[in-house]
Design a protein around this ligand. Structure first.
Ligand SMILES: [Zn+2]
Length: 158
């Protein structure tokens, strides 16, 4: 089944990306993030030696469920991360959909904020492993969720 809203093409940001096939209105449900539903533990074991590449295919739904788009995944897995995205991942009863957060013009690349979960046993250079090159003015330099301490510090400055 072809998706009427997006197609996968080579991306200037990172290998492949998802691109709008037509003008998309804000709120358009573009594609479901599909794949095998496994536990986060199983995902860790499966990709233990894969390094940061595994983020390309894993989506953490909640504490119990990770979607592995490496197995029965669809084109949603090609959508790249941006710190200034035009889409968001919406959780609808445990199923994940990529939806437009603003009007998107035909041919624009689609992005959502991966907002990857940090964990206590992340290596010190974890942000380097998940380095972001989205080029947005507000790029936080990492595909991981913002550090909580950084957030607080920024608040104090204001
Ligand atoms: Zn960025």
């Amino acid at each position: 089944m072809t998706n009427p809203y997006m197609e996968v093409r080579k991306s200037p940001i990172h290998r492949y990306g998802g691109f709008a096939l037509k003008k998309l209105r804000k709120g358009t449900r573009i594609i479901e993030y599909q794949g095998e539903r496994i536990s986060p533990k199983e995902a860790d074991e499966r990709y233990a030696n894969a390094g940061p590449k595994s983020i390309v295919v894993l989506f953490n739904v909640d504490k119990k469920t990770t979607i592995d788009a490496g197995v029965n995944g669809n084109d949603a897995r090609f959508i790249n991360h941006s710190c200034d995205p035009n889409c968001e991942a919406v959780d609808d009863n445990g199923r994940i959909y990529i939806e437009a957060t603003r009007t998107i013009q035909k041919g624009e690349e689609l992005f959502y904020d991966y907002n990857l979960t940090r964990s206590k046993d992340d290596p010190a250079d974890v942000d380097k492993l998940y380095l972001c090159r989205c080029g947005a003015a507000n790029c936080r330099g990492s595909m991981l969720e913002p550090r909580k301490t950084t957030k607080k510090a920024a608040k104090h400055k204001k």
